[in-house]
Design a protein around this ligand. Structure first.
Ligand SMILES: Cc1cc2nc3c(=O)[nH]c(=O)nc-3n(C[C@H](O)[C@H](O)[C@H](O)COP(=O)(O)OP(=O)(O)OC[C@H]3O[C@@H](n4cnc5c(N)ncnc54)[C@H](O)[C@@H]3O)c2cc1C
Length: 457
């Protein structure tokens, strides 16, 4: 039996699940089933940064060109004081393409998900999507003497009965609220159980459409210029910031905020998004400059959506038997480095490399290959989670010595030298993130790591 004949079950059709499915199909895997709670891909109204390390993987999978065609090339970034709109730093990003082989683009989240999905549809003989079919319980992960991975699928159509499925390999890309992660930690008897971490931060995600601006007789010249630009702007203030950029071929201006989480503070762990109040949103940024106020005012009453930002304590392992966790299920991050989806996409690409290199198809070999995936991915993903949190702390400083030190760095940068406190725009950080080719690394290290890892008892 070739590895490509193994049955692979994927939980979740988010960025990690879609990439895993596509990358495996590209490697010739013939039996891939994707189970997704939602009835379709959904149309989440939000922008997303398409960094060069993400683009490299997508290009390798043959879907980058279509996604790139709808995106916007970012050539510069500006960090500004929220209250006054005064520029603290300006970073020219033209070097990104020549240094890393790909531009730094920004796009619509749907465009990215749909690009991956369309890639999967070209392999419809290999990939089967089960939308509106949530996995409600994982019974076995296929460890040691356990039976193959097995789980219950409960169709959302209540006229249909829940049923049990098995697979040779289970990839759980079921997001930050992953039920597979909880079951896996339980199966491995990991104590103390690492838990979801409250970051005390929340985000509003806002899209202003060109048509809205064109229909507005008082439309702002500054906003029109930003919509037509190739620029990311970050307005910062104590405990809050807003990052904004145009997406969808400069037809939508996208804003994503971060502010102290007050609306979810008393909510249960199950609540991650809520309809917000426009008055409350305007109040949060009430001391930001008039340009920001005018932008926030475009959001129609009743359409304010707030997201709770949560992370997770690091997990001792992502692998149990013939199952592995993928993406936010194992390394959810704050968005301040714009790397969450990129890292989920790297996971999927690396999984396809290691599984296609399986020297044998028994459970022990599968387990060892999944551990190679963990070796290639875990340290990097957790380092970026830490860096995103640190960048957020630097951006959100209030008055005091630390802020004075940070602002000295901004001043030095204006004079042409030093690191960028907004880490995603820092050249050294970019080298670490964008300069890493996860597929190459997995291919080059597979033999060595496979020889090093021991299978689960
Ligand atoms: C405000 C904000 C801004 C961000 N900006 C960026 C950015 O600019 N760049 C970037 O790279 N990342 C960004 N991210 C992070 C990024 O969105 C996530 O890291 C990424 O979506 C993770 O992908 P995933 O596939 O692991 O999980 P998800 O995208 O959450 O997908 C999980 C999927 O699994 C499904 N599912 C869940 N449970 C089950 C189940 N039991 N059975 C079946 N299906 C299930 C869900 O419906 C969902 O479709 C941002 C995040 C936030 C909150």
């Amino acid at each position: 039996m070739a590895p490509q004949d193994l049955n692979v079950a994927i939980l979740g059709a988010g960025m990690g699940g879609l990439t895993s499915a596509l990358a495996l199909a590209e490697k010739g895997f013939k039996h891939i089933d994707v189970y997704e709670t939602a009835s379709d891909l959904g149309f989440v109204g939000a922008g997303i940064q398409l960094a060069p390390n993400m683009a490299r993987v997508l290009d390798h999978l043959g879907v980058w060109k279509g996604i790139e065609a709808e995106a916007v090339n970012i050539e510069e970034t500006s960090v500004r004081v929220g209250a006054s709109n005064t520029e603290l730093a300006h970073v020219d990003l033209h070097y990104i393409e020549s240094t890393y082989g790909y531009k730094h683009m920004v796009g619509h989240r749907y465009s990215l998900a749909n690009g991956l999905y369309q890639g999967c549809l070209k392999h419809s003989d290999k990939i089967t999507f089960h939308f509106a079919h949530p996995v409600t319980e994982v019974h076995s992960f296929g460890r040691g003497t356990q039976s193959k991975p097995s789980f219950t699928v409960t169709p959302r159509d209540t006229s249909k009965q829940p049923y049990q499925e098995t697979a040779d390999i289970l990839l759980a890309a079921d997001g930050i609220k992953s039920i597979a992660r909880v079951a896996m930690l339980n199966d491995l008897s990991i104590i103390p159980v690492p838990d979801v971490k409250d970051t005390n931060q929340a985000a509003y995600r806002i899209m202003i459409h060109k048509a809205q601006i064109e229909a507005d007789p008082n439309a702002d010249a500054d906003l029109k210029a930003l919509l037509a630009s190739n620029k990311v702007v970050r307005w910062i203030g104590e405990k809050r910031h807003i990052i904004a950029y145009p997406v969808s071929n400069n037809t939508i201006y996208n804003l994503s905020t971060t502010q102290p989480d007050s609306n979810f503070a008393a909510a249960t762990n199950a609540t991650y998004t809520t309809k917000g109040s426009k008055t409350a949103m305007l109040g949060v940024f009430g001391d930001f400059c008039p340009l920001v106020q005018r932008m926030l005012n475009y959001v129609p009453e009743g359409e304010v959506c707030e997201w709770k930002l949560r992370t997770h304590e690091p997990l001792p392992t992502w692998v149990d038997g013939c199952a592995a966790l993928v993406g936010d299920a194992c390394h959810p991050t704050l968005p301040h480095l714009a790397q969450g989806a990129a890292q989920a996409i790297e996971d999927g690409a690396v999984l396809a490399v290691v599984l296609s290199r399986l020297p044998a198809t028994d459970a022990e070999s599968i387990n060892k290959a999944l551990k190679v995936y963990e070796m290639v991915r875990k340290e990097r993903a957790y380092a970026l989670v830490e860096l995103a949190a640190a960048s957020g702390r630097a951006l959100h400083l209030g008055e005091g010595a630390a802020k004075e030190e940070r602002d000295k760095q901004f001043a030095a940068l204006k004079a042409g030298k030093g690191p960028v406190p907004d880490k995603w725009a820092d050249a050294d950080v970019q080298r670490e993130i964008y300069g890493f080719d996860c597929v190459k690394e997995a291919e080059e290290r597979f033999e060595e790591y496979f020889g090093l890892v021991a299978a689960d008892a």
